[in-house]
Design a protein around this ligand. Structure first.
Ligand SMILES: CSC[C@H](NC(=O)[C@H](Cc1ccccc1)OC(=O)N1CCC(N)CC1)C(=O)N[C@@H](CC1CCCCC1)[C@@H](O)Cn1ccccc1=O
Length: 331
């Protein structure tokens, strides 16, 4: 098997998240889900989600699918880094992304979603693409779509080609040579506790010297920004006129008309440049002259996160062979 599906930004003004069309059940029900390498639950808004918590999202109705089966006595509950969360019951059903089908995928139906999910009408749920050890279904943890699909994929990989303010693609089962330039640099992945954790070889601010120092973090398609150690973040914003670490806005902000340096990060011998346009994430509120930075400190999180701001500067291969590795290429 091989497959390919679009990853479309949910907001035309800034890349807060990307959604991908999937089909569930028989006849197929189409939902727009956020593929998240930072978690491992596949959950959806459903006919079991209270109407008061659904605001425009598409829902999965297991009772309308001839191939759905309730996974008796199984429940799930998840809380994300940004404090959002959801919980509910579990079915198995036919699940397809970009033409790759898993006949019996655990579909976690929401009985409750937090307010930030209710207000985000462009996201109908998540497809966790982290390692299945992170799955929250109890009493028996379930496998991710990738783990279920892997044995039937031509190659046990999926790739992310996210783009700045336009649709990119997720490919499953193959590496599309037309999507990158030069060589792919592969580095080891630490699978404990279950993220795509790898070690970057260092960073540089703009045209400044490159600092070769290991930065261990996770490649996370479900996180909008890049979160790195405070020393790196302060070194970056020292080069930005008028930048301050705002308590009220919860991070580094600066005048939107500031000149921003690029941010360079290393993977092995390779270098990747996040252009200034990606580093100015968004105006703090619509029309404000104050902008929120695409690079923020990880000190409050406990893990460094290479989110979409970094991922869209590269072509990334999530290699599910044993042992797993992650590959980065310029594009
Ligand atoms: C520092 S982990 C914060 C991160 N959530 C974000 O990145 C959200 C994404 C978002 C926000 C609003 C609408 C849509 C999407 O966006 C912001 O938080 N932003 C962007 C806008 C900025 N103004 C403020 C900062 C996060 O929990 N990701 C998790 C997946 C997310 C959850 C929310 C829905 C979309 C998918 C996940 O991979 C993060 N994970 C990673 C490792 C361990 C646990 C864990 O849970």
């Amino acid at each position: 098997d091989t497959g390919s599906a679009a990853a479309t930004p949910i907001d035309p003004r800034f890349d807060i998240a990307y959604v991908t069309p999937v089909t569930i059940g028989t006849p197929p029900q189409t939902l727009q889900l956020d593929l998240d390498t930072g978690s491992s639950d596949l959950w959806v808004f459903s006919s079991h989600t209270p109407a008061s918590q659904v605001r425009g999202q598409r829902i999965y109705a297991p009772d309308k699918s001839t191939t759905s089966k309730l996974l008796n006595g199984h429940t799930w509950s998840i809380t994300y880094g940004d404090g959002s969360g959801s919980r509910g019951n579990v079915y198995t059903d036919k699940f397809t992304i970009g033409g790759v089908t898993v006949k019996s995928q655990a579909i976690e139906t929401a009985q409750q979603v937090s307010s930030s999910f209710t207000t985000e009408d462009a996201i109908d749920g998540l497809v966790g693409l982290g390692f299945s050890t992170l799955n929250t279904v109890s009493p028996n943890g379930q496998l991710t779509f990738f783990d279920n699909a892997k044995p039937n994929l031509d190659s046990p990989v999926f790739t992310a080609d996210l783009k700045y303010m336009k649709p990119g693609t997720y490919d499953f089962g193959f590496i599309d040579k037309t999507k990158y330039t030069g060589e792919i640099t592969y580095v080891p992945v630490e699978t404990d506790p279950g993220y795509w954790t790898f070690t970057s070889s260092g960073y540089g601010v703009g045209s400044g010297t490159f600092s070769s120092s290991p930065i261990t973090g996770i490649a996370d398609t479900g996180t909008s920004l890049v979160y790195l150690p405070t020393a790196i973040v302060t070194a970056y914003y020292r080069q930005v006129q008028g930048a301050t670490n705002s308590r009220s806005y919860g991070g580094y902000v600066f005048p939107c008309n500031s000149t921003l340096p690029a941010f360079v990060f290393g993977v092995g011998e390779a270098k990747f440049t996040i252009p200034p346009s990606y580093m100015s994430y968004a105006a703090v509120t619509d029309g404000s002259p104050t902008c929120f930075g695409g690079l923020q400190s990880s000190s409050g999180i406990g893990v460094n996160i290479w989110g979409d701001v970094a991922l869209k500067a590269a072509f990334v291969v999530f290699n599910g062979e044993e042992p797993p590795t992650i590959g980065w290429a310029n594009k």
